[in-house]
Design a protein around this ligand. Sequence first.
Ligand SMILES: [Cu+2]
Length: 315
Amino acid sequence: MKIKWPQMAAFVLIVGAVAIFATGLINSDKSDSGIVGQAEHIISGGMKDMAFMPAVDKDMEDPFLDPMAMSKGHNHASAQTETVAEKGIKVIWSWPEGKPTPGKTRRLALNITDSSGKAVEKFDWNNEKLLHLVVISKDLKQFQHIHPDYKGNGRFEIAVSFTVGGDYEMFADFVPSGLSELTRAESVKVSGAALLNAPLEASDSLTATVSGVQVELRFGHLMAKMQTGMTFAFRDEKTGKPIDDLEYYLGSVGHTIIVDSQLKQYIHVHPFNWASSGPLAVFGVTFPESGIYKVWGQFQRKGKVFVVPFVIHVP
Ligand SMILES: [Cu+2]
């Protein structure tokens, strides 16, 4: 066999990455109950051999799980790992047209400042956007993932509409140039009849059908404080055939947003096999505490974004 040196170098890098990952598993973070932003780093190679990886059916081979294809690193600070400069970054949330009410569209403004109160001017592109805004109702039934426009001088704006009244939590993800990806959260009360808060229960089945696609969610060894693989597997609803024509949504095969039942933990993860078009989207995630979590997977096919929600119990 002829050894190609670029491939050899890549192999060495991968082995190194696996070693770093293994260390990360042992030193898993202890997190308190603050908002936790989280993102997972690329691991490859030995992934398939570890308890980490969920088992998938034989016909669900994904060529982009090839270690050579997985190269997109991603850096995301958590409340525990933020530097002093990062901790100083604040978002001032305001509703210039008044507080939102159900059925009416209202403009939301986010002004981002540093510790001295000065506007943060420059942001890095992050998954094709400068700022991602996720809005979730307290009962976790309502979910929006939207992208405010940058108006300059640290100010982002977007028109938001709510279908029902009640309490909501808003999460903004952004990367001030030179710093890590940060998450800031704010609550908003939408006037009108509040939602009935039925307690959240884990989904009976981790299979759902959305827009003609049967989506199955699988985990490796699922346990709090331990990184596990989280795989979405896609089949055609009618034929049962694996789907391999997913399109890029915000620069990758999909995105997942996860919150705990109290909306205290917010986890935004990007797939390892980001360049894939299916039939799998594979993520790595660490659930900070045991409990009930809601997972929204977002994917795109035939020009349309679809959202797949699941409620899971993490032991
Ligand atoms: Cu986004």
